[in-house]
Design a protein around this ligand. Structure first.
Ligand SMILES: C[S@@+](CC[C@H](N)C(=O)[O-])C[C@H]1O[C@@H](n2cnc3c(N)ncnc32)[C@H](O)[C@@H]1O
Length: 238
């Protein structure tokens, strides 16, 4: 049982973002799955994005979620049991990178993408390195055939897209939405870093709004279209 309000605050809480991730997962991945595909996830949070999309689709495979925060895992496991999804969504309370991972057709994540000079921020587990894309790049270096990742307009999107090309990916599909800066991204240390990135053309936002894209990266030999330039144009528009 989760007891103190301090502990509850430690669980990632941003319903607009989590709902958007869930929507992307449903439309770009789960609705396209026809066999019993396997999916691996970095950072399940309280589990609600995957749970909600599993409840809305007929996905017949299995999702292995890795989450470092034990309180988030506890919350996710309770919800999974409540909705009778224990055979479809399995949570591992471990760091994604330090674990042996099951084979998977898709890697999915709303990864930590807050840029800051170090991880001494309110929620260190949301730190994405100095330009916000360190973990996303690490994920794409693992060579999964398909990866659905959330990409922020204030976390060096151009640098990330360039990196994906060197790793042999193209952008097969994406969905994009405006979001208001929230509790985590408004922390002064993070906001200041975002402003610095903007001066170097590595962050794109208007006063209160940034863009978040759910991007389906696919290995180039399996790609029918490559939407990299379309995404880049939209995500750097603000
Ligand atoms: C942006 S939150 C997303 C949570 C959830 N997927 C959502 O969208 O609501 C990122 C999550 O990744 C977790 N995390 C960070 N680094 C991790 C790692 N190396 N292994 C597993 N989980 C990690 C954090 O604790 C956090 O819950």
């Amino acid at each position: 049982m989760i007891t103190s309000s301090k502990s509850l605050k430690d669980i990632f809480f941003c319903p607009e973002e989590s709902n958007f991730y869930s929507h992307c997962l449903e439309t770009l991945v789960l609705n396209k799955c026809v066999n019993s595909e396997s999916i691996i996830e970095l950072g399940s949070g309280d589990g609600s994005p995957v749970i909600n999309s599993l409840l809305r689709t007929n996905f017949n495979g299995i999702v292995h979620g890795f989450e470092m925060n034990p309180l988030s895992c506890e919350a996710a496991e309770a919800k999974i049991e409540e909705y009778g999804l224990s055979d479809k969504y399995i949570i591992h309370n471990k760091s994604f990178f330090d674990s042996s991972k099951p084979q998977a057709d898709y890697l999915i994540s709303n990864p930590p993408y807050l840029p800051a000079l170090d991880n001494k921020i309110h929620q260190p587990l949301l730190h994405g390195g100095i330009d916000g894309i360190t973990l996303t790049k690490q994920l794409l270096s693992l060579d999964y055939e398909n990866a659905l990742l959330m990409v922020s307009s204030y976390s060096n999107p151009e640098g990330l897209i360039d990196y994906t090309i060197t790793k042999g990916y193209c952008i097969a599909n994406f969905v994009i939405t405006p979001l208001a800066f929230g509790y985590y991204s408004s922390e002064p240390k993070v906001k200041n870093r975002i402003e610095e990135l903007r001066k170097n053309n590595m962050a794109f936002y208007s006063e209160h709004i940034y863009l978040l894209a759910g991007v389906l990266f696919t290995k180039q030999d399996k790609c029918k279209v490559n939407l990299s330039s379309e995404l880049l144009k939209l995500i750097t528009a603000l």
